[in-house]
Design a protein. Structure first.
Length: 510
């Protein structure tokens, strides 16, 4: 090495050495007895690694990444699962280049190979064994027909489904039970096992009844709203009453808590982001909005459409009466319980206790990250999940997240969730609108094929229901098998490429 190279390596050693000391301090602050963590050494290691990753990402590392790459070393860009081990390896290499071996150091919470083993084991425990040739599992949301059509369930299982998802916001316990019974028969016929995931519905935050003056079309009543229009959300029982202001459209709101937590200036999104407004005023019984986002010719708003309040802090009881039927069903039939609207570490502990008292010991939990608040609280939620001994995972509910955080931010938000979950060695479910057009029409869009391929970075990909769902499962199975040759999590793999045979290229060039 030249003197200049020596100087550069010395600067990098100093910078990374200082960073490593911070990582050690952070890890020392975590302790099972202090945090109430289960004394499982792997869970403890994951918690420490997550904290170290948060400390690492508290720095802007771009100024050291390029110099590291120039020396042929890791840029720290894939250190999520083994933060301290990566820093230690880089420091060892820098010390060898500078002929300045590093001082003795303590063992990292978790090493390279063990971090992969822990994630693989937790994934198998939560989602079941991986099918041959495809480590990424496929979860499928059941249509109502799955309760009465055993052959449909058998076809889904044969096409590659690894996990049946029952959305308890739809249908009822008799239909849910029939779906599980059809799955068990299909397992016997296909000799393929599958897990059952039960999605707790949470309270409904939706539009309610429309006033009598609403327009009608083939789909029913609707309000057409354009940018600049006023809209008043009222309590459901008041939706039909005449309002004091004739120029403002009115529609019911299903969740009474919304009126106490919404403030002027808050954003409100309706119908999966098709309409957006800003709160102008609030009182005990109404929320007055000014529409700020709508289609060029206005947008229709109907009853039973979702309402998102990304700026409000809704305190939702996950174990409330709205989830009672689903919880009873889950305790009897579920392998996995999906927690909608989760946003506080305390919620994880409460559901864990409930399942401990009412469910089978091995029932897993999936934390659905679907609100801005859940995303902001994700580190605490992951630590709470690691504090117990129950299998746990995370679902990236990209539809609601796009509305809550802004469509333009969705790409970076889903990346951050993947990073944090890998740092905690917690499996991830990639969800919402994967191959949606294919499932509905039988013809995929080019963009959704690319999106489905990116699902290989998660441990599971979820498909929603549709008339062509069996075809969608088959296509997703094929895509994931192909992509597994090229990428493992966020690490590109380098199999031999067919186009790499340069001999005929040279011959042609001559």
């Amino acid at each position: 090495m030249t003197g200049t190279d020596d100087d550069g390596a010395a600067v990098l050693i100093e910078r990374l050495g200082s960073l490593r000391e911070q990582l050690l301090d952070i890890a020392d602050e975590w302790g099972p007895s202090a945090q109430g963590c289960n004394p499982d050494p792997d869970r403890d290691a994951s918690a420490r690694n997550l904290l170290q990753y948060l400390a690492l990402r508290g720095h802007d590392l771009r100024e050291v990444q390029e110099p590291l790459v120039a020396l042929g070393l890791s840029s720290l860009g894939r250190s999520e699962g083994h933060v301290q081990a990566t820093i230690d390896a880089v420091l060892d290499a820098l010390g060898a280049l500078a002929r300045n071996p590093p001082a003795s150091k303590s063992e990292p919470p978790i090493g390279f190979a063990h971090s992969r083993e822990v994630l693989a084991r937790r994934t198998a425990t939560l989602l079941g064994p991986a099918p041959q040739g495809r480590p990424t599992r496929i979860m499928v949301t059941m249509p109502t027909e799955a309760a009465t059509d055993p052959q449909l369930v058998q076809q889904m299982l044969g096409a590659g489904m690894d996990c049946m998802r029952i959305n308890c916001a739809h249908d009822a316990a008799p239909a849910w039970t029939a779906m599980v019974e059809n799955l068990r028969r299909a397992e016997e016929l296909t000799e393929r096992p599958a897990r059952v995931a039960v999605d707790l519905p949470g309270p409904k935050l939706r539009t309610g009844p429309l006033p009598a003056y609403a327009a009608h079309d083939k789909k029913g009543a609707y309000l057409r709203l354009a940018v600049g229009d006023r809209l008043v959300l009222v309590r459901e029982e008041d939706a039909g009453a005449p309002g004091p202001d004739d120029d403002a459209a009115r529609i019911g709101c299903s969740l009474p808590e919304a009126f106490s937590v919404t403030r002027p200036g808050h954003a409100v999104w309706l119908d999966d982001g098709k309409l957006g407004g800003v709160v102008e005023s609030v009182d005990h019984d109404s929320i007055q909005l000014r529409i700020a986002d709508a289609g060029p010719k206005g947008s229709k708003l109907r009853a039973e459409k979702g309402i998102n309040l990304p700026d409000a802090e809704l305190e939702i009881d996950l174990l409330g009466s709205h989830s009672a039927e689903a919880l009873t069903f889950a305790a009897a039939h579920a392998d996995i319980v999906e927690l909608s609207f989760i946003s506080r570490p305390h919620d994880v502990e409460r559901v864990h206790t409930y399942l401990e008292e009412n469910g089978r010991p091995g029932v897993g939990m999936v934390l659905k990250i679907e609100t801005r608040r859940a995303f902001e609280q994700l580190p605490g939620l992951l630590l709470a999940a690691l504090a117990g001994d129950r299998p746990a995972g995370v679902m990236i509910a990209r539809g609601d997240l796009a509305v809550e955080c802004g469509f333009e931010r969705l790409a970076e938000v889903q990346e951050e969730i993947l990073w944090l979950c890998q740092a905690a060695h917690v499996p991830v479910i990639w969800a919402t609108q994967v191959l949606d057009q294919l499932a509905r029409t039988g013809r995929p869009s080019r963009a959704e094929i690319t999106d489905a391929a990116m699902g290989v970075r998660a441990e599971c990909v979820m498909l929603n229901k549709g008339p062509r769902i069996v075809a969608a499962i088959s296509v997703l199975d094929d895509i994931l098998r192909r992509m597994d040759r090229h990428q493992r999590k966020k690490r590109p793999l380098l199999p031999r490429l067919g186009v790499s045979d340069y001999a005929p290229i040279l011959e042609e060039a001559r």
